[in-house]
Write a protein that binds this ligand. Structure first.
Ligand code: FES
Ligand SMILES: [Fe+2]
Length: 345
């Protein structure tokens, strides 16, 4: 078991975030050869690159007497604690104890290490429950990230809201016709929802039976065990900007109980000069407009109180929200049972 806090109940686990899966924690450019402190899933982490450029993540806690490792510096690729100089590598192994060089602790894995990957312009950390032995589950991405036909950008920002509100928002296509009215790509369409729902391999799809290709009219879930519950949404583009459907890819990264790292990959299926033109237009105008839409979400979600879930009145148009909540709760239940049985051993 790690020295970090462990969830006490399903609701507690859900409030902080599902464990044993990969989370986007920051942009790849944010981590260099100096320690960087990040809070993710209410855990304090320190990240740095070693001599080979590989990114490492440890609990931001020195196993000597608890100082924050992020206050230290990188020494020969390892992290050296600022307080008494103990050094740890990316696996959490103590590599040197300068004050008492012959310590028997040298060579022992004392710090909590979190596996890291660098992919799609970001750093991904496998946030585990402390029972991880060996390699973590594979970090997987939807096909659009790897088949070479799609191109895109990631937007990363913080929301002052629990991550579950962000997740619910991502499986709620109908709010596009209300909250985002007046924005350039989500301006039109019907107000009545009439949602269809269907289970499919790896998840489910919700779509508007009475409209497609106009607003947020189709969202589906792709779930890879250990690699998140991806919400994927078709995103219509105005004709004057080339038309067609783009796609949004996301699942939230909890920071703490009240804050969330919201990231969105916006992708477009284009090649050749059209791809170059779209990337140019996006950089110059599209990203700004996308920010406006996200800002509307941010303000709306920040205003929802923590206890609101106990006073809701769900409608037919909340079918995606109800279903994704159920899936997360089931997984939280399994994770808590597994943790409880390990603790009992
Ligand atoms: S607390 Fe880190 S070396 Fe002493
Ligand atoms: Fe939205």
């Amino acid at each position: 078991m790690t020295g970090t806090q462990q969830p006490k109940s399903i609701d507690d686990l859900l409030e902080v975030g599902l464990l044993n899966q990969w989370y986007l924690v920051c942009r790849d450019t944010e981590i260099g050869n100096k320690p960087v402190a990040l809070k993710r899933l209410n855990r304090d982490l320190v990240l740095w690159r070693d001599k080979s450029g590989k990114v490492n993540a440890l609990e931001d806690f020195c196993p000597h007497r608890g100082a924050r490792l992020s206050l230290g510096n990188v020494c020969n690729g390892d992290i050296a604690c600022a307080y008494h100089g103990l050094q740890f590598n990316g696996e959490g192994t103590l590599t040197a104890t300068p004050p008492t060089p012959d310590s028997a602790f040298v060579g022992k894995k004392l710090a909590v290490a979190y596996p890291c990957r660098e992919a799609q312009g970001a750093i991904w950390v496998f946030v585990h429950d402390g029972t991880l032995t060996g390699e973590p589950l594979e970090l997987r991405f939807p096909d659009e990230f790897t088949n070479g036909e799609w191109s895109g950008f990631v937007d990363i920002r913080e929301f002052e809201a629990n991550w579950q509100l962000v997740r619910d928002n991502q499986f709620d296509p109908v709010h596009g016709s209300y909250l985002h009215v007046g924005t350039h790509i989500l301006d039109g369409g019907r107000k009545d929802a009439d949602l269809g729902f269907e289970r499919q391999e790896g998840g489910f799809v919700v779509w508007r039976k009475n409209q497609q290709g106009v607003n947020l009219d189709r969202t589906w879930l792709t779930h890879y065990p250990g690699s998140g519950y991806w919400a994927i949404t078709d995103l219509p583009y105005p004709k004057k900007e080339g038309g067609g459907l783009g796609r949004l890819f996301r699942y939230p990264t909890p920071i703490d109980r009240d804050t969330t790292l919201v990231w969105n990959y916006r992708m477009q299926k284009m090649s050749g000069w059209k791809r170059d033109a779209w990337r140019f237009l996006y950089r110059n105008r599209g990203s700004e407009r996308g920010e406006h839409v996200l800002e509307q979400d941010r303000v709306a979600l920040a205003g929802i109180s923590k206890g609101a879930i106990h006073r809701e009145s769900l409608l037919q148009c909340d079918i995606g929200v109800a279903h994704i909540r159920r899936l997360y709760r089931q997984e939280a239940e399994q994770q808590l049972n597994a943790l409880t049985s390990v603790a009992a051993e």
